[in-house]
Design a protein around this ligand. Structure first.
Ligand SMILES: Nc1nc2c(c(=O)[nH]1)N[C@H]1C(S)=C(S)[C@@H](COP(=O)(O)O)O[C@H]1N2
Ligand SMILES: [Mo]
Length: 323
């Protein structure tokens, strides 16, 4: 996304950090000769930091309720053409993103909930149900699109686990903050950490998905490991990656892009081909892989599941729902 506030001298490639060999904790232990099933148990509790195994359950059984009207995007395209501004503003950040250490990964659930929690992503996912696979379309506000198999759990399961208080109306989600590994976060004109939010009605809609994997495998760092949101009826920027905090609140969250440029990127951001972005049309989308252009659909084709969420919300200006 083009941000006018961004100084012209700040070229994305200027943040490139020196490449170095990186081993995550598990690989390091394996390299050091600690292998096998006893490892997780042996490490649990050491130094007060529960050492979790990676999220289990791949490949997950496919939920056939979610079908596509197009081919699945080739894996190479979906995993090498990615938006993850923490690692730079180009699409080509996948190598840099390998610095992200995703195991262990502590997640906080706080705000207007009966009991605040801090738990490892693996423990969280184990608590909220077994993985399933869903084929979803994805439509970036920049007018490119893909169709991918995500693995994960319904976000509604997390909301249930969190047990929000009756006053809670929104769920805010936040990405990690660590400029030492994420060079984009050294760019101080961005309002880090990346934040997104949904109403609780949206967060508990059947489509809202907490993804842990893609193409039948654990999520690669560049696609938002170890857990990310997927809301396929909304522009892609709502689908916040690498989540560390879920906060239940009675105030509408102000998202990362909304804070930067609220005229172009609003809270609702539902896909609509008839409401143009202030600087370009949203009528069509370019498919990653084939490069083919196809018509964009209202709610990205998911109106049957989600249109009811917005009934009568902005009777005089429903365009508000589509920015
Ligand atoms: N933390 C974080 N989440 C993010 C982004 C980002 O820059 N940082 N980019 C968003 C945008 S604009 C899109 S289109 C999708 C892209 O997801 P993908 O790279 O897995 O296709 O992630 C979204 N989630
Ligand atoms: Mo996007």
């Amino acid at each position: 996304m083009l941000i006018k506030k961004r100084p012209s001298w700040a070229m994305a490639e200027a943040d490139a950090t020196s490449e170095h060999i990186y081993l995550n904790r598990r690989e390091w232990l394996r390299a050091a000769g600690f292998t096998g099933l006893g490892l997780t148990t042996a490490l649990t509790g050491v130094g007060g930091f529960a050492a979790a195994a990676a999220i289990q359950g791949y490949p997950a059984p496919r939920n056939m309720a979610y079908r596509l009207d197009r081919d699945i995007t080739p894996e190479d395209d979906a995993t090498t053409y990615t938006n993850f501004y923490e690692f730079g503003s180009s699409k080509n950040i996948w190598k840099r993103a390998q610095k992200l250490v995703t195991d262990p990964w502590m997640v906080t659930i706080d705000g207007l909930v009966e009991t605040e929690m801090q738990l490892d992503a693996e423990v969280l996912i184990a608590k909220v149900g077994g993985l399933e696979e869903r084929l979803y379309r994805h439509r970036c506000v920049e007018a490119w699109a893909m169709a991918v198999p995500w693995s994960g759990v319904p976000l509604a399961n997390l909301v249930k686990l969190a047990n929000p208080k009756p006053e809670a109306k929104y769920l805010q989600m936040e990405t990690f903050l660590d400029p030492s590994i994420a060079p984009g976060q050294k760019q101080s004109w961005y309002p880090w950490p990346y934040v997104e939010g949904l109403t609780l009605a949206e967060a508990t809609n059947e489509l809202a998905f907490l993804a842990t994997g893609i193409y039948g495998k654990p999520m690669p760092a560049q696609n938002g490991a170890p857990i990310r949101l997927v809301t396929p009826w909304k522009y892609g920027f709502k689908s916040v990656k690498s989540i560390t905090r879920f906060t239940f609140t009675d105030k509408q969250p102000v998202s990362f892009w909304e804070q930067l440029n609220g005229n172009e990127y609003g809270f609702w951001a539902n896909v609509n081909p008839d409401v143009p972005h202030p600087r370009w049309s949203q009528k069509t989308e370019r498919l990653l892989g084939s490069g083919k252009n196809v018509r964009t659909q209202l709610y990205n084709g998911y109106g049957q599941q989600v249109a009811g969420l917005y009934d009568g919300m902005f009777p005089n200006d429903d365009r508000k729902l589509f920015h």
